[in-house]
Ligand binder design. Structure first.
Ligand code: PLP
Length: 478
């Protein structure tokens, strides 16, 4: 075996080996139905660890090229030459070649373990079960008053719900929107996706905040966008930074979450909100305002949305029921100029023929009910208590190791590890101790930051989770 993998090649070594062996199988170097070299022998021949050969064989097996036989090790599959008249497609190749990018591996890991009941979850950006309006929703369902037809509805969203959203944003966000300029989406997430797909082209330059939830979304990369950053400190970003970015890169769109930002919890001042709107008008760059948190305003801060301050029609406004009611509704909305909404609605029809009629009915009944106001008032109080609980535990147990931005709303606490600890290492140890959080690097920062979401854990779990985090920190620093 003359051939050796190239360790300087950007392609993973196990992949190089799998590709080389695939070619060898096709040209007869490795004959059909004959045992392949053992993992140990191949590891010696290619001067790699045995685990690398295990991964290479696993890849070949997943692609249907080899199979494991008890007693004879790994053999070339008969099916490869169609002897059994079937050829398994190389699923791994298809999985890798699609243009839509996968989530970051750490994000996938967190998602996969977040269901484990013994873990305290400071990672998921949603409300805890006790904060969701389950009982009221059950009441709506029991009322038996579902009167919607069960066929496809308008792809722009059910007209009743769009009217209710129009009233909701007028009352709570100071936004005037007719049903024609509202599109109902599957959460804020789909709204972001539709905007990217329909209004931008590969190679376009866009701006997001850093750190930000948007940074964590592979959809920007999948769409081939060039992403530039407005850096966030405890007062939000500096709008003046946009001037330079636009000069250098001809920015086509700005994605912002100015009110109780995810992950930093920061609230951009009214002066800065107005300034970014002025710059957007001056340069003719649209702003996408992603606003899932502004109703979670504990202490009466001025949370006027960019859309409500926008005199020129520069803002596409997004919000949803996720952070104020329940993530499972999957109800979100975009508000913007009618032609834009019609374009997005046309795309939504192509994607999914419009949102589920039943979920829209429930969302509508909930949003227009008198109960909604009561729910929001108690939610704010409960979230403020959770924030205080988390901060109290941090002060007691982690004061020397962690500092944070103090949020006046939302559900997230943005923390810095004072000793420059690698937060991925901390996450691994924390999982061992039974607590998870979102590492800052997923959201755009360098090492040493983490997002602790206090909205998701129960009151009892918060001090337990911080205690476990302190234990994990103790272990990796000792
Ligand atoms: C700023 C921001 N935008 C959008 C979303 C997606 O929310 P939804 O569940 O409405 O799709 C989130 C959720 O974490 C968020 O924080």
């Amino acid at each position: 075996m003359e051939w050796k993998p190239d360790k300087n090649n950007s392609k993973a070594v196990y992949k190089q080996i799998a590709d080389y062996m695939e070619k060898g199988i096709q040209n007869g170097l490795f004959p059909i139905d004959k045992p392949l070299p053992s993992e140990r022998k191949l590891a010696e021949a290619y001067k790699v660890n045995r685990s690398t050969i295990v991964s290479a064989y696993a890849e070949l097996e997943a692609n249907g090229l080899v199979e494991k036989r008890r007693g004879s090790g790994t053999v070339v599959s008969k099916d490869i030459w169609g002897l059994a008249k079937k050829r398994i497609p190389s699923w791994n190749k298809y999985i890798e070649r699609g243009s839509f990018q996968a989530n970051m591996p750490v994000a996938q890991r967190i998602r996969n373990i977040s269901e484990e009941e013994t873990l305290v979850n400071f990672a998921s950006g949603e409300l805890s079960d006790e904060l969701m309006p389950d009982e009221y929703v059950r009441k709506i369902i029991k009322s038996g008053e579902f009167s919607g037809h069960l066929g496809y509805d308008h792809p722009q969203g059910n007209i009743g719900l769009r009217e209710t959203i129009g009233e909701h944003v007028k009352r709570y966000k100071g936004i005037n929107a007719k049903p024609e300029s509202i599109l109902v989406t599957s959460g804020a997430q789909q709204a972001i996706h539709l905007i990217i797909e329909c209004l931008l082209k590969p190679g376009d330059a866009v701006v997001i905040e850093n750190p930000s939830y948007h940074y964590s979304l592979p959809i920007f990369k999948s769409a081939g966008l060039n992403v530039f950053h407005l850096d966030i400190n405890k007062n939000g970003f500096n709008p003046e930074d946009l001037i330079d970015l636009h000069k250098k890169h001809q920015i086509k769109m700005i994605f912002l979450n100015p009110i109780f930002q995810n992950p930093t919890g920061t609230l951009l001042s009214v002066a800065k909100r107005k300034r970014i709107l002025d710059l957007s008008s001056e340069f003719g760059i649209p702003i996408v305002e992603d606003d899932p948190y502004s109703l979670l305003n504990y202490t009466g801060e001025d949370t006027a949305t960019l859309k409500s301050l926008d005199e020129n029609g520069n803002v596409l406004y997004i919000s949803s029921l996720t952070k104020i009611a329940a993530s499972g509704f999957r109800i979100g909305w975009v508000i913007g100029p009618q032609p834009v909404i019609e374009r997005l609605s046309d795309a939504k029809q192509q994607f999914d023929f419009g949102h589920s009629i039943f979920s829209q009915w429930l969302g509508n009944e909930f949003l227009r009910s008198e109960y909604f106001e009561t729910h929001i008032q108690s939610l704010k109080i409960r979230l403020e208590q959770k924030r205080d609980k988390m901060i109290k535990s941090i002060t007691e147990l982690l004061q020397d190791q962690v500092d944070y931005f103090f949020p006046h709303g939302g559900i997230h606490l943005w923390c810095r590890l004072k000793m420059g600890i690698d937060e991925i290492k901390l996450l691994e140890q924390s999982i061992e101790e039974g607590v998870i959080f979102t590492p800052g690097s997923i959201l755009g920062t360098k090492s040493g930051f983490m997002r602790l979401t206090y909205g998701k854990a129960s009151d009892e779990e918060i001090p337990i989770g911080i205690k476990r985090l302190a234990k994990a920190l103790g272990k990796i620093t000792s």
